[in-house]
Design a protein around this ligand. Structure first.
Ligand SMILES: *Cc1c(COP(=O)(O)O)cnc(C)c1O
Length: 232
């Protein structure tokens, strides 16, 4: 059978195999670790093929790109926002996403909450942690995280569900371990009105390692769709 998406099929086989193997190695066979398909620069037809193969959770980085593709996505796709979000763009996405994983400041959380309240909804969010303290990345510093999350948890229009990170490319394991500790500490003493259940970490180059450090969701772009035409 001719399959124009054969490359994606092959990638999916490899990803499933690698995930199973990583889970066994980590003693996490029975854990449900979600796999997100990260769609930046990927045409909607290719995304829809991945959805048809069971990759129903999509990660969107850019508001403009998302808006231009969202009508073409199959309806059973679930969308999370994972990119840097400017507060004046919240209104364009809040109705279409089930979670915003990239909340990098209390100010942004307040804006999301205000918009959600206006629409009579509560938006699930993750706080993004700049675990490597990199100048090029946004997110809470590990030191500011605790107070920031407790402040955010008081907001009526958001529900804090956990943490997301993009670690420095080298030495992921060191940073994954730090993230795991932050996450476990939060779970042990969570803010009121929160639902600390999700640690989102691990990308194409390091997702099998993240499994060892308790990830609940890996976010895959190039491993699933192949190299992007340009870097984002
Ligand atoms: C691009 C991106 C990913 C996926 O990156 P790959 O290395 O292609 O898997 C995951 N998370 C976020 C936040 C991203 O921007």
């Amino acid at each position: 059978m001719n399959n124009e998406f054969e490359d994606i099929s092959e990638n999916i086989k490899r990803i499933r195999f690698n995930m199973e193997e990583a889970k066994v190695r980590a003693g996490r066979e029975s854990d449900d670790i979600k796999i997100m398909a990260v769609t930046k620069t990927v045409p909607a037809e290719r995304v829809n093929f991945a959805v048809s193969q069971g990759f129903e959770l999509l990660g969107e980085n850019r508001v403009q790109e998302f808006l231009s593709k969202k009508e073409q996505y199959v309806k059973n796709a679930e969308i999370n926002f994972i990119g840097h979000l400017q507060s004046n763009k919240i209104k364009y996405i809040i109705d279409s996403v089930t979670m915003i994983q990239s909340v990098d400041s209390t100010e942004l959380a307040k804006e999301i909450s205000a918009r959600a309240v206006k629409q009579g909804r509560v938006t699930d969010i993750l706080c993004e942690v700049n675990i490597g303290g990199e100048a090029s990345k946004s997110g809470f510093s590990p030191e500011a995280l605790h107070d920031g999350m407790f402040e955010i948890a008081e907001l009526p229009g958001v529900r804090v569900c956990g943490l997301m990170t993009i670690p420095p490319p080298s030495d992921s394991c060191v940073y994954f371990e730090k993230m795991q500790r932050l996450f476990e500490d939060l779970k042990a003493a969570p803010p009121k009105n929160s639902a600390i259940t999700l640690l989102s970490m691990g990308m194409s180059s390091d997702y099998t390692k993240a499994v060892k450090f308790g990830t609940g969701m890996v976010r895959l772009g190039t491993a699933l769709f192949g190299a992007r035409n340009y870097s984002v």
